[in-house]
Design a protein around this ligand. Structure first.
Ligand SMILES: NC(=O)c1ccc[n+]([C@@H]2O[C@H](COP(=O)([O-])OP(=O)(O)OC[C@H]3O[C@@H](n4cnc5c(N)ncnc54)[C@H](OP(=O)(O)O)[C@@H]3O)[C@@H](O)[C@H]2O)c1
Length: 263
């Protein structure tokens, strides 16, 4: 099947040809140290959603990068709000992406990690109940788990009355989950920014004016302004722009697409 919206590199090095998945994976990469990568989609005018959902902003090219980023991570971090609202299903990858992970010495699927202060989570939601890898729920000591939650997930408590996100990420790293991809939502993004935990933002800009109404991709308390340099610009033929901002100049090491497992 032809790619409905081929993606090319625009900056810093333009690509002569559209990028295949291996080239996309090499551009985004994994790092040699614990790393938190955010992935969001927005409209030209900065909306977080259309009609309440991110799907209205996303298209074929964004979905492709979304899947490549899932392929690259150890843990997929998501807020309880987005998990519930977007009706997250079990995190699964297609055959070639599972094969890529096996080839690189990774488990076939990343681990789903949910951040929730209230533990108002449904253990029957497919994201938890059907998960191919036992998920982790990050909460605090004062939260009460609903019946059945500990049957389907590890409930890990970080902080006395609110989730200590710095300790939470350390817990993930202690479990070998170093490459963390966060898919939102805005309140979690705000809290991670305030705690200065964000190493990278992958931002898709959809060629849409959503108009007034929707919020931004970040919400919550104000925090200090943080500088994040631009590292990569990709453009899809459907007019979608994919930007990568990161503290480090390049992800290290690049995933090996030639055949030698890297870990
Ligand atoms: N454009 C995009 O790329 C994108 C991505 C994701 C989501 N969205 C959109 O964002 C909207 C959902 O946003 P939202 O306001 O619900 O924000 P959210 O950040 O998705 O969820 C907020 C909830 O997540 C948990 N949470 C977040 N940060 C926490 C922290 N620091 N400590 C403890 N718990 C924390 C809490 O859940 P509990 O109530 O369980 O305690 C909180 O009530 C939806 O419209 C969705 O479509 C857009």
């Amino acid at each position: 099947m032809n790619d409905p919206a081929p993606i090319s590199a625009f900056w810093p090095t333009p690509s002569a040809e559209p990028l295949d998945d291996a080239a996309l994976a090499a551009g985004y990469g994994r790092t040699d140290r614990p790393h938190l990568r955010m992935n969001f989609v927005t409209s030209i005018d900065g909306a977080v959603s259309v009609d309440g959902y991110s799907a209205g902003l996303s298209g074929a090219s964004d979905k492709r990068v979304f899947s490549v980023l899932r392929m690259l991570c150890d843990a997929l971090l998501v807020a309880g709000g987005t998990l519930r609202h977007e009706g997250y299903r079990a995190v699964r990858l297609d055959g070639p992406r599972r094969a890529w992970r096996r080839h690189h010495g990774l488990p076939e699927f990343p681990t789903l990690v949910v951040v929730s202060g209230s533990l108002d989570l449904d253990p029957n939601q497919a994201a938890l109940a059907d998960a191919p890898v036992r998920p982790i729920v990050l909460t605090h000591a004062a939260a009460t788990a609903p019946a059945g939650l500990t049957d389907v997930a590890d409930v890990v408590r970080c902080g006395a009355e609110r989730v200590d996100l710095t300790a939470a990420l350390r817990t993930l790293h202690d479990r070998g989950l170093d490459q963390v991809l966060c898919e939102g939502g805005p309140q979690l993004f705000g809290a991670l920014t305030a705690a200065d935990l964000v190493d990278e933002v992958c931002l898709t800009v959809a060629p849409l004016l959503a108009g007034a109404g929707p919020g931004r991709i970040v919400a919550g308390d104000t925090s200090v302004i943080r500088h994040l340099p631009l590292r990569q610009v990709l453009v899809a033929t459907d007019g979608v722009l994919m930007l990568r901002y990161a503290r480090e100049p390049r992800p290290l090491p690049q995933p090996d697409v030639s055949g030698t497992p890297t870990r």
